[in-house]
Design a binder for this molecule. Structure first.
Ligand SMILES: [Mg+2]
Length: 175
């Protein structure tokens, strides 16, 4: 499968229903932070939908970790806020943080799903590390300056897989 084809697509992470994930053999999720769980740069309280979904995952026996390229202090702060293990710096698409999270969660890589909003960090990182991937839509148009040109490349990728990814969500809508 091409590096830019996700296994799953959803508009928001919390549309990935834990029951469906379990049925697909997912036992652990590796979560991107900025523009996936929260808008880029957001520093407020944990949004209700995020807290609710993490609690549902826990009840379903699906482990979770934060795998974010955010600033080390921010990564650790959000890991603590969300109650998730986090490395200070993930450097996706390099695979080492994903391998660390797999060991930390005790879930073999085929049972892991990396959820993120970017093709060239999240999807490519997931592919290189040998885990499954889910692509969500970015929560906010704000992001790191260098992400802008990556997004232009990404658009070509998104155009190619649109309609071919497996949509999953509470609504089961195909994007
Ligand atoms: Mg992101």
């Amino acid at each position: 499968m091409a590096p830019c084809s996700p296994d799953l697509v959803a508009r928001r992470p919390w549309e990935l229903a834990p029951g469906r994930l379990r049925a697909l053999g997912v036992r652990g999720v590796l979560l991107d932070l900025d523009n996936t769980l929260i808008p880029y740069g957001y520093e407020g309280p944990v949004p209700e939908e995020v807290a609710g979904w993490l609690a549902e995952l826990r009840r379903a026996g699906i482990a979770a970790a934060l795998v974010t390229n955010a600033h080390p202090r921010r990564s650790l702060r959000w890991g603590a806020k969300l109650g998730l293990p986090a490395l200070p710096f993930a450097a996706k698409p390099l695979p080492f943080a994903i391998h660390w999270a797999a060991r930390r969660l005790g879930v073999p890589r085929p049972g892991l799903l990396l959820v993120g909003d970017q093709v060239f960090t999240d999807l490519l990182g997931g592919r290189l590390a040998g885990v499954r991937t889910a692509l969500v839509e970015p929560l906010s148009p704000r992001e790191l300056p260098h992400t802008g040109w990556l997004r232009r490349l990404e658009r070509r990728c998104r155009d190619r897989y649109n309609g071919s990814g497996s949509a999953i969500g509470r609504t089961e809508e195909k994007r």
